[in-house]
Structures are given as structure tokens and as C-alpha cells.
Design a protein around this ligand. Structure first.
Ligand code: NAD
Length: 393
């Protein structure tokens, strides 16, 4: 079949396998252009099939020669579906990473479940011995409550008053207002349950109890802080509450790892980028386009791979760690420069819809959105007949 992008409400419902190969290959090529660094030997990544988790995996596998084990939740190709982009990213990462002569394994399982943690423990014992770094990069709209067997859903809502923000339809580039309602206490608690630090803590405790964490082990999770243009929806909303919980979890995990293994638990605030998870958040498509635009003009735009490479090379394993008063690694320091925030905010307020549609930042946002799902690459023949099931054999 010929595969064309199927997009509904900023969600891409399919993926182009050969475009996903190109997506992974490009990040690997970028990683190879960087200076190698001394890092962990064995890495467990929770959520390493796309976005920040995938870039972390590539940076560590190609920059530090690490072995990687990735847990992600993705759909394989079937008679009717192409398979998800993350599934193909995993597939081609393994293929392209063969040249490293290291171990790279994938488990496609629900990370929130106890059985998954048991399966991972078994796999580590069999193939890795112990783990030096755990990257927790999960973004999910729902999590099973294993005590009640119910699915708990997160909500992207405000916590103070209804907020009207703008968002962009990626297919038409039309901007339209969207009202974000105030969350109930239950909705806030549910969002914290899904996107807070509870499951990260469960992972670290399970691995610790199984004696699979090496001396000096590190673990890191990714938060987002952002500035005034996103605060009412993000940081002061339900997602921000979940991130506060994730950050508090780092403090208690840090104590445990420091005392027992001279290790550390870290939080890094990363910059806003286009990912499957972020385009769905109201206001983000506009904000990311504008911040990209400002960063491009100033020559300060980093790709997702460069961003994570710098995190591990300079700030996790190097001596250039930038932290704030809460000890969070501020990898987002460029995005957060006051001048850059001011210019992005002014662009958001003062640009007409017609002018916004053709900003270089908007063009880059749209291009990255398509490329996340394997579309829009020059070197891929999108006219070709593709049989995803056959390809996966
Ligand atoms: P993403 O959607 O690209 O990736 C999410 C990953 O989680 C995928 O690998 C997916 O398979 C996995 N996943 C989801 N549910 C799962 C489950 N039940 N079991 C196993 N795996 C599951 O998301 P992303 O934007 O890269 O987000 C990763 C982290 O980075 C999140 O904590 C997010 O808040 C944070 N972050 C993102 C941004 C941004 O702009 N995208 C900025 C700062 C921080």
C-alpha cells in the first residue's frame, strides 16, 4: 500500500516505516558528529521509542557506547494498520545500532504494570547483570490502577480558572481558541497518578530490591517548567501538579540511592519540542512555533538529539551541570533566557494568523510533526508500495 499521513485533531494515526528509519538514522548521524563521552555501561530507558526517550537512547548508545534496554508501549503493523511510529523507531534503532556491537533490546509492554517490572528484572539478570542509568521518559494519557484494575486518565486542565488559549491545527495551520476548564480535585489527583513520580519510584524500588542497580547508579526523569506564555495551562495546571510530584519523587529517590549506592536521582527540565505528547497540549503548537522562531533567528536552536546529547555529556556525566535552587538540571536555560521568553511572548501576541502560518518557526514545527511519524523526508519514496508486515519480517 501507498502510505499517506492520516491526521485527526493533531494526532497522526499512522506512520511510514521507511520515514521512521530515516528519522532514527538522522539522529544517529547527528550523534556520531558529536564528541564521544564517558558514560554508563548499561541503560534502562522507560519510554525510549520516541521523543526525548529515543533521543536519550541514541545519545547514550552512540555517544557513550552504552548497552540499552527500552520499555515502550507501541503497536506493531497489522493487516489494517501501519504500526505506530514508535514501533518502527524501535525496529530500525535495533537494526542501525548493530554496528555498535552492543546489546540493544526492546520490550513492548505496559510500563505501569507489575508484571512488566518483573519481566524487565528477568531480562536484566539474563543480559545485563546490573543497570548504571535509568531514564524515565514516559508520557501517557492513562495508567492502570492495579489495586482496583481501573484505568485512570490524566486531564490537561487548569487549576485556578478557565483559560482560553490558542492552538493550531497542523494540517490547515488554522489557529483557533480552545478553553481549558478547571480540573476537579479528582482530575488533578488522577493526573498526578498518571504523570507524577509514583511509577518512577515503583521502578527504582523494584530494581533496588532485586539488587540490580550498580554502585553509583543514576536515574533521571524529565520535567517541563516553561515561562509565562504556557504557565496557566501547563505549570499551573494539572500537568504542572504532576511534574511537581515527579520533582518531589526525585528528592526521596536521591536520598535512597545516595545512602545505599552513592548514586543519584536527577530531574532535568527540558526545552519544549514537538513530540507525539506535546502537540496535543493546547497552546503548545503556537508556543513551540514561536520559541523555535526566536531560537532559529538567534542561531540557538538545538535539535532534540543535540539537546539530550548535551544533557548526558555535559550535565549528567560531565562537569558543566547547570542547576536551580531546587537542584533541577536546567537544560532548558537557553529557552528560558528572559530576552528569548519576551520575544516569543511578543510574537505570540502580535503576529497575525497569516504571518504566523509562514514563520520559519512554524514551518519547522510542522516539518518536525510530520517527520515524527516518518513523513516529509526528501529521500523517502512516498509513492512506493509498502507492505509493513512483510517489511517487519
Ligand atoms: P513521547 O510521546 O514522544 O514518548 C513517550 C514514550 O512513553 C513513548 O516511548 C511511549 O511508547 C512510552 N509510553 C507511553 N505509555 C506507556 C506505557 N504505558 N508503557 C510503556 N511505555 C509507554 O513523549 P515525550 O514528549 O518525549 O515525553 C517524555 C517525557 O519528557 C515526559 O515526561 C514529558 O513530560 C517530558 N518533557 C517533554 C517535553 C516536550 O516538549 N515534549 C518537554 C519537557 C519534558
Amino acid at each position: 500500500m501507498k502510505i499517506e499521513p492520516a491526521i485527526r485533531a493533531n494526532i497522526c494515526l499512522n506512520a511510514h516505516p521507511l520515514g521512521c528509519k530515516e528519522y532514527v538514522a538522522r539522529q544517529i548521524a547527528e550523534a556520531k558528529q558529536q564528541t564521544p563521552f564517558q558514560g554508563p555501561k548499561n541503560v534502562l530507558i522507560i519510554g525510549g521509542s520516541s521523543g526525548y526517550g529515543l533521543s536519550s537512547r541514541i545519545a547514550l548508545a552512540f555517544g557513550a557506547n552504552a548497552n540499552t534496554l527500552n520499555v515502550s508501549f507501541e503497536s506493531p503493523p497489522s493487516e489494517k494498520r501501519t504500526g505506530s511510529a514508535g514501533w518502527w523507531n524501535n525496529y530500525y534503532f535495533r537494526e542501525l545500532a548493530k554496528e555498535t556491537n552492543h546489546i540493544h533490546l526492546d520490550l513492548v509492554l505496559d510500563a505501569f504494570r507489575k508484571e512488566t517490572k518483573e519481566e524487565v528484572i528477568h531480562t536484566i539478570k539474563q543480559h545485563f547483570g546490573s543497570i548504571d542509568l535509568v531514564v524515565y521518559s514516559l508520557a501517557s494519557p492513562a495508567r492502570i490502577n492495579e489495586e482496583t484494575n481501573e484505568i485512570v486518565r490524566s486531564a490537561i486542565k487548569s487549576r485556578t480558572e478557565p483559560v482560553v488559549g490558542n492552538t493550531m491545527d497542523v494540517t490547515t495551520r488554522k489557529i483557533f481558541p480552545i478553553t481549558v476548564d478547571v480540573a476537579s480535585d479528582q482530575e488533578t489527583a488522577d493526573t498526578v497518578f498518571v504523570m507524577g513520580g509514583g511509577d518512577w519510584a515503583n521502578w527504582i524500588h523494584a530494581l533496588f530490591q532485586a539488587s540490580l542497580l550498580s554502585k553509583g547508579v543514576k536515574t533521571i526523569a524529565y520535567t517541563y517548567i516553561g515561562g509565562p506564555s504556557t504557565s496557566s495551562i501547563y505549570r499551573h495546571g494539572t500537568l504542572g501538579k504532576a511534574k511537581e510530584h515527579l520533582e518531589e519523587t526525585a528528592v526521596s529517590l536521591n536520598q535512597l540511592l545516595q545512602d545505599a549506592l552513592q548514586g543519584e536521582a536527577l530531574i532535568s527540565s527540558s526545552k519544549a519540542v514537538v513530540t507525539k505528547a506535546s502537540v496535543f497540549i493546547p497552546q503548545m503548537p503556537i508556543y513551540v512555533s514561536c520559541i523555535y522562531d526566536v531560537l532559529l533567528r538567534k542561531g540557538k536552536q538545538e535539535t532534540i538529539l543535540q539537546h539530550k546529547y548535551r544533557l548526558f555529556q555535559d550535565m549528567v556525566y560531565g562537569s558543566n551541570r547547570i542547576t536551580d535552587d531546587q537542584k533541577r538540571i536546567r537544560l532548558d536555560h537557553i529557552e528560558m533566557e528572559p530576552q528569548i521568553q519576551e520575544e516569543a511572548l511578543s510574537l505570540m501576541k502580535n503576529t497575525s494568523e497569516e504571518a504566523f502560518k509562514i514563520l520559519p518557526g512554524t514551518e519547522l514545527f510542522i516539518q518536525e510533526f510530520y517527520q515524527l511519524n516518518g513523513f516529509g523526508f526528501d529521500h523517502v519514496d512516498y509513492e512506493a508500495d509498502i507492505d509493513p508486515i512483510q517489511l517487519a519480517k
